[in-house]
Ligand binder design. Structure first.
Ligand SMILES: *Cc1c(COP(=O)(O)O)cnc(C)c1O
Length: 385
């Protein structure tokens, strides 16, 4: 089955005796069991609201299948998926390797939660590839990848990293939020565990928070156990929205890609712009890796201006009519923020003398978006107000 067909049908048959297009939404903590004997059964599919509902079983199965994994757990946010995945595979005295380009709260979790528990993190250059072998210690348990980084867009050589990690008996966790499961297949590249912030492209409508940890069969038990110990669960209405978003993922992603490429090429030709950080551009340093490992690019990109950060750049952002100022991405709407990646880097350098901006290219008409950006550059030229 082709990808678009899988996205429409995956997880639909969630019970043997019924098949409907959308799963039912049960608002339930208590599930009534058939008899007293069932109280002693540990393998009941439905036993208590926190352990899942028909909607959550259908959705997590669909998602794991699309990522290329075996099964998944759902968490109340993307960040909770990251913390659950990390906690599943470490204990005191362990060491992990995390890409320097990771989502900033991932770094904070390593430094402020794992470190006090006795787990050391080494942050590594995202472009390290097979050179990561030099950073392994006898106690290294996890290599965490995020490709591309969601502010700086370095594409990682996950197959090369995974080959080294597996040789050393270490697992690879990959945050696949930028590409979504439509444009990148983390397990095919060698990941053992994949993170998805459902909040972003899978949800797709800026109206819910959710995360997922998908795993291979071999690693599922540990993740399910930690997920249960942490008491994570997701509300049935949010699951319903998430699976509804999933069904249109392919058409939305194709349009994000089309629009973002038009806007990225326009930005690249502007005199105000020093660099556009978007893997689908031929000018991107890891464009060939992106070509090899991804089937498309999402709507998220960054720009480095020739201009320094400051009031004139802020005035440009304030002048936008279509680009809202807001964190997050993956909804149907366009967004813009100023960024300072240097604040979250320890293994690699970032030049702070030039202004950085991140744009989410939504589903508006790209000509309207370009007109908005062009007006912004006029505002930039006027300088600080
Ligand atoms: C947004 C994001 C997350 C966290 O998702 P939340 O649902 O906001 O907690 C994790 N990783 C990446 C790459 C993200 O962009």
């Amino acid at each position: 089955m082709k990808e678009e067909s899988k996205i429409v049908t995956a997880g639909r048959k969630f019970e043997d005796d019924i098949e409907i297009v959308n799963p039912p939404v049960y608002h339930a903590s208590t599930v009534l069991l058939p008899n007293a004997k069932a109280l002693k059964q540990s393998d009941l599919k439905y036993s208590y609201g926190r352990r899942g509902s028909p909607a959550s079983f259908a959705f997590k199965k669909a998602l794991a299948e699309l990522e290329g994994g075996y099964d998944a757990v759902l968490t109340p946010s993307g960040l909770a998926a990251i913390s659950t995945a990390l906690l599943s595979f470490v204990s005191a005295g362990d060491h992990i390797l995390v890409t320097d380009s990771c989502y900033a709260p991932t770094r904070r979790f390593c430094n402020l939660a794992l470190k006090p528990l006795g787990v050391e993190t080494t942050f590594y250059d995202p472009t390290i590839g097979a050179g990561i072998a030099d950073l392994f210690q006898g106690n290294t348990r996890i290599v965490f990848c995020e490709s591309p980084g969601s502010q700086t867009f370095e594409v990682q050589d996950i197959p090369a990293i995974a080959a080294v990690a597996h040789e050393k008996g270490t697992i690879v966790i990959a945050d696949n939020t930028w590409a979504s499961p439509y444009f990148m297949k983390p397990f095919a590249l060698g990941a053992d565990v994949a993170i998805q912030a459902i909040t972003k492209y899978v949800g797709g409508h800026s109206d819910l928070l959710m995360g997922a940890v998908s795993t291979t069969e071999a690693h599922l038990d540990k993740v399910v156990q930690m997920h249960g110990l942490l008491g994570s669960s997701v509300g049935p209405d949010d699951v319903y929205l998430a699976q509804r978003g999933l069904r249109t993922l392919a058409v939305r992603m194709d349009r994000h890609y089309e629009n973002a490429l038009i806007v990225a090429k326009w930005l690249e030709a502007r005199p105000e712009v020093e660099r556009v950080l978007y893997p689908a551009l031929e000018s991107h340093p890891q464009h060939n890796l992106w070509r090899r490992d991804f089937s498309g690019a999402s709507g998220l990109l960054s720009v480095v201006l020739k201009h320094p950060p400051g009031e004139a750049v802020d005035a440009m952002v304030d002048s936008y009519k279509l680009f809202g100022i807001g964190f997050s991405f993956g909804g149907y709407e366009s967004l813009a923020i100023t960024i300072n990646p240097a604040a979250h880097r320890t293994a690699t350098k970032w030049d702070t003398s030039k202004a950085g901006l991140r744009y989410h290219i939504g589903l508006e008409d790209p000509e309207d978006l370009i007109a908005d950006l062009e007006n912004g550059f006029k505002r930039l030229a006027k300088g600080p107000s």
